[in-house]
Design a protein around this ligand. Structure first.
Ligand code: ADP
Ligand code: MG
Length: 338
């Protein structure tokens, strides 16, 4: 099997401020294929920007492995990492002021990074092509102040791609625009990812993001917690009509559904959403049971908690008989006997 375009393996990032350690990423694992359009979601402070900065060569991890396009970012010298950042990565930030020079017009903003990289030849032509791809060919000579927020972000995307990077990173690019404008910006990302064969990662807070991209992963507390998968199911025309969905142009009955799946790491760890634990008042320890349908995580009842000892054979056998559920302890014991 060939290596994915991006591979993060046990990525750890610890910030030290005034002698205090702040863990921003704790053994994050993630792989992304070439040409994917991915979204990363997660609460504020969960580590999204830290991950983007590491993938973009703006920061180094404290431990773990990170490879992009076959290159090991940890093994790079500072000058190699600088070059990687300039040539291999395009950035789009939330505030358009961080992406653009306000007193230049759109096309000069796109030409600027090419000039800096010493690629002036065909600069104007390439900049025009890029502005056309982001749907702004009629705004080329407008100053930034004459463009709307959404248009400015689309110029920023063209700027990010000026030097042909294979990877485009966007940190909350729709954070300062309305929903309709955000939709246009996602359309632009989709077109570019498809037409230029690049790989795009977008940090997003938009609730409907799963419809806009190929894959969504959620980061919680510095780790990959869940992944939303898209499935296409065949529905009857009656079902579509009843649920307010029109059949597609060719009359087919495909319907997309989205399901958020929890991610298991190599050690079998999963992140249980805090709201689930709260609702069931599970904390500290829980009982793990294998049922016919899967694995059940149960609250440990008060009596059992007070009585702090491992269950003996008799108790477990009784429990499994009464509930029809096999507990892990019993499985271990059965395994030993065999
Ligand atoms: P997000 O982008 O998901 O909001 P960040 O990656 O910015 O999260 O931050 C993750 C954690 O790391 C937070 O607890 C944040 O306070 C901390 N952090 C981020 N950058 C720094 C920094 N430069 N110095 C110290 N702590 C930081
Ligand atoms: Mg952030």
């Amino acid at each position: 099997m060939s290596e994915p375009f991006i591979l993060c393996d046990g990525l750890v990032k610890i910030y030290k401020i005034a002698g205090l350690e702040q863990v921003a990423l704790r053994e994050l694992n993630l792989s992304i294929e070439k040409g994917e359009l991915m979204a990363i979601v997660g609460a504020s402070g969960s580590g999204k920007t830290t991950l983007m900065n590491i993938l973009g060569g703006l920061d180094r991890p404290s431990a773990g492995r990170v490879r992009v396009d076959g290159q090991d970012l940890l093994r790079m010298s500072d000058s190699q990492l600088n070059r990687y950042r300039r040539e291999r990565v395009g950035f789009v930030w939330q505030q358009s002021t961080r992406n653009l020079i306000p007193y230049l017009n759109a096309i000069d903003n796109v030409i600027l990074p090419m000039t800096v990289a010493g690629r002036m030849r065909h600069g104007k032509r390439r900049a025009s092509e890029l502005l056309e791809l982001v749907g702004l060919s009629n705004r080329k000579h407008h100053r930034l102040s004459e463009l709307s927020g959404g248009e400015q972000q689309r110029v920023a995307i063209a700027v990010g791609l000026a030097n042909h990077p294979p990877l485009l990173l966007a940190d909350e690019p729709t954070g300062e625009v309305d929903t309709a404008t955000a939709g246009l910006i996602y359309d632009t990302f989709r077109t570019l990812t498809r037409e230029m064969g690049i790989t795009t990662l977008i940090v997003s807070h938009d609730p409907g993001i799963a419809r806009q991209v190929d894959r969504v992963v959620a980061i919680r507390d510095g780790m990959l917690a869940s992944e939303t998968v898209r499935q296409t199911v065949l529905r009857t025309p009656e079902w579509l009509a009843k649920n307010g969905h029109a059949p597609e142009g060719d009359g087919s009955h495909h319907h997309e559904t989205f399901e958020e799946l929890v991610v298991l790491d190599k050690a079998g760890r999963v992140h249980i959403p805090p709201e689930f634990l709260e609702q069931l008042q599970i904390q500290g320890r829980a009982r793990l049971e294998i049922t016919d349908d899967g694995i059940l995580i149960r609250r440990v009842e008060e009596a059992a908690t007070a009585n702090e000892r491992m269950p003996n054979d008799g108790e477990v056998a009784q429990e499994s008989k009464s509930s029809g559920v096999r507990s892990l302890f019993r499985r271990h014991k059965a395994g030993k006997k065999a």
